[in-house]
Design a protein around this ligand. Structure first.
Ligand SMILES: Cc1ncc(COP(=O)(O)O)c(C=O)c1O
Length: 411
């Protein structure tokens, strides 16, 4: 019997269908995956046991009877943490727990955006944010970055140009603390200037701070949310990068007016409660010792990646050392098309994120790629970069030399 055909039933505007999962590549430098050895398995195990024994019966009630904004002890933890680390004043009622900060992106977008709206983003930005915006039919204005993150002169020019055309952007989306993919940290003076511009043009700021815990020196500038005088900042964060992404726990901090809209749009009857309980139980006593251990390990992996790139690609790979996080944003010679490199490397067992998927400017990003150094082991980083260099040489003729040894025929 012929299989039932759903295709004619799909509504107009459905996304392109997903490909079937075929497993991770042997050398996987993609995604925002974390270091498996840094997941605090023992601490989480103890936390599961303790919290289930003490409060397990509360799972009988949707939302644990703590309301739609999430498990109260987790919001208490976040309230204190955000004050301590980011200088924010956010009470537990200003915080909503969500299913990963991807759900936060969806809720903010659903609350604020309609087809044809305009938003401002960093020119190189998070693919998950960019694909959502293009699906929503929103005009995206990309602002170039430098070592201090979003360039304020370019932002001022874009806002003025949009105003001249009668366009008020719905928000300015920024990843100010360890930017994805560039790894920069926006200094406080730039944050103040961003707030000044946002105020002048009546545009809210959407601050995505999911890497803020992962700075190498453990310090971070005040959150933009903390520096705003008038509640024009929606702040989101996540436990994906500090604890583990598969838990799917993130959060939103927002003024009640917009929080109330997002609560009306969050129709899943609450995010996974067990994860919230375990995180609160684990994080209250352990978060501040866990994170420095995690970042030490990440930093060591970055060093391995940089060494491997220098050895295999030499001067063909250019990059700024990130100030934290899990990614390196690499520029290869102009003739390299990283979308093609991605396809070719995958056949040899190496997966990379091609630059054009992480940028609003396809020409600028054509020869760039993003490498996640958190999830491969040190040996996988070395071996994977060696394979990548071989593939790149075969396809594009660069790097000419590898492992500091000239290849035959290169003179
Ligand atoms: C900038 C940024 N925002 C949000 C997310 C989503 O993270 P999660 O949904 O796991 O919290 C990611 C994941 O990589 C990210 O890089």
């Amino acid at each position: 019997m012929a299989a039932f055909d759903f295709a004619p039933l799909l509504p107009a505007g459905s996304p392109a269908p997903a490909a079937r999962w075929t497993g991770l590549a042997k050398f996987s430098f993609v995604g925002g995956n974390n270091d498996a050895d840094a997941v605090p398995v023992e601490g989480l195990t103890a936390a599961v046991n303790a919290v289930l024994k003490r409060e397990g019966r509360s799972l009988a009630t949707y939302g644990l009877a703590h309301g739609p904004q999430g498990y109260r002890p987790l919001r208490d933890f976040l309230s204190e943490k955000l004050a301590r680390d980011g200088g924010m004043s956010a009470g537990p009622d200003d915080i909503m727990i969500v299913s990963g900060s991807l759900q936060a992106l969806d809720l903010v977008n659903q609350a604020l955006l309609a087809r044809g709206d305009t938003v401002i983003v960093e020119q190189d930005s998070y693919q998950g944010a960019l694909t959502r915006l293009s699906r929503l039919g929103v005009n995206v204005v990309g602002i170039p970055l430098d070592k201090d993150g979003m360039r304020m002169d370019a932002l001022a020019a874009a806002l003025s140009d949009l105003e001249a055309r009668g366009i008020r952007p719905k928000y300015i989306y920024t990843i100010p603390t360890v930017q994805n993919p560039t790894g920069s940290i926006m200094p406080e003076a730039h944050r103040a200037e961003l707030l000044r511009l946002a105020d002048a043009y009546g545009v809210p700021i959407f601050e995505d701070d999911c890497y803020a815990d992962l700075t190498w020196d453990g310090k971070r500038p005040r959150a933009i949310h903390a520096m705003s005088g008038n509640g024009n900042v929606i702040h989101i964060g996540s436990f994906s990068k500090s604890i583990a992404p598969a838990l799917r726990v993130g959060f939103i901090v927002a003024p009640w007016q917009i929080m109330a809209q997002m609560l009306a749009l969050k129709t899943d009857a609450g995010s996974g409660a067990l994860e919230q309980m375990v995180l609160a139980e684990y994080c209250v006593p352990h978060f501040s010792t866990h994170v420095p251990a995690l970042t030490r390990g990440l930093r060591a992996k970055l060093d391995t990646l940089v060494e491997a790139l220098n050895a295999q690609f030499g001067t063909s790979a250019e990059f700024e050392a990130p100030q934290g996080g899990i990614f390196l944003w690499v520029k290869l010679p102009d003739n390299v098309d990283t979308l093609k490199l991605y396809q070719a490397a995958l056949k040899d067992g190496v997966s990379i994120n091609p630059g054009p998927e992480w940028s609003t400017d396809k020409a600028h990003s054509k020869s760039r790629l993003r490498l996640c150094f958190a999830s491969p082991t040190h040996q996988e980083i070395r071996d994977g970069v060696a394979v990548l260099a071989d593939v790149c040489r075969r396809e594009f003729g660069v790097p000419l030399r590898s492992a500091n040894v000239a290849k035959t025929g290169t003179g």
